[in-house]
Design a binder for this molecule. Structure first.
Ligand code: AMP
Length: 185
């Protein structure tokens, strides 16, 4: 299964992604995790990316597209993968489509984890990560609304989108995700 997992910051994507990985054989490709690792290792890419991350802005498409193109070439991706936090812009989605079309390995499904904005703000404010101060949170939600939410229409148009209600317990939400994916495996 090659899937994209889309949801606003604070929707619980990371938690649900861990569950999916544990239950099914898929590589977990989180661009946020890759960028944080690069930042902590103080690589040039990581330090550059951190200028954007710390402001709640998206890292430029060219950086992210190169990062994911390299990652998708790794052997663990052959058995399927879950893209978590990528693509986040239409340009990234188009680049991904082109890469996957060239390889003859199209996406199977795009899963949206839907959570209302007021609930997201509440959750993020309680999380305590460095990029979780109120102004940065606001910027990240704005980036989602303006740059990432348009992907929902994009993938809907391709017949790939499934939406799951992200309110409830971790168990309830995981059950909904598994039900939505049942027809795809
Ligand atoms: P995340 O852990 O997915 O919320 O990502 C944390 C931060 O990394 C985001 O707020 C962005 O600054 C950056 N980032 C992660 N993935 C992407 C992406 N696909 N495009 C641009 N920026 C990204």
């Amino acid at each position: 299964m090659r899937m994209v997992f889309i949801g606003p910051p604070g929707a619980g994507k990371g938690t649900q992604a861990e569950r999916l990985i544990a239950a099914h054989k898929m590589a977990h490709l989180s661009t946020g995790d890759m960028l944080r690792a690069a930042r902590d290792a103080k690589t040039p890419l990581g330090l550059k990316a951190n200028e954007y991350m710390s402001a709640g802005a998206l890292v430029p498409d060219a950086i992210i597209i190169d990062l994911i193109a390299e990652r998708l070439k790794q052997p663990d991706c052959r058995g399927g993968y879950l893209l978590d936090g990528f693509p986040r812009t239409i340009a990234q989605a188009e680049a991904l489509d082109a890469m996957l079309a060239a390889a003859g390995t199209p996406l199977d499904v795009v899963l949206e984890l839907a959570v209302p904005e007021d609930e997201l703000f509440r959750r993020l404010a309680g999380r305590g990560r460095a990029d979780d101060n109120p102004e940065v949170i606001r910027q990240r939600l704005v980036a989602y609304r303006n740059q990432t939410a348009p992907l929902l229409d994009y993938y809907w148009g391709k017949g790939l989108l499934k939406s799951v209600d992200g309110l409830g317990t971790v168990e309830e939400i995981f059950g909904r995700i598994e039900a939505a994916l049942a027809a795809v495996w």
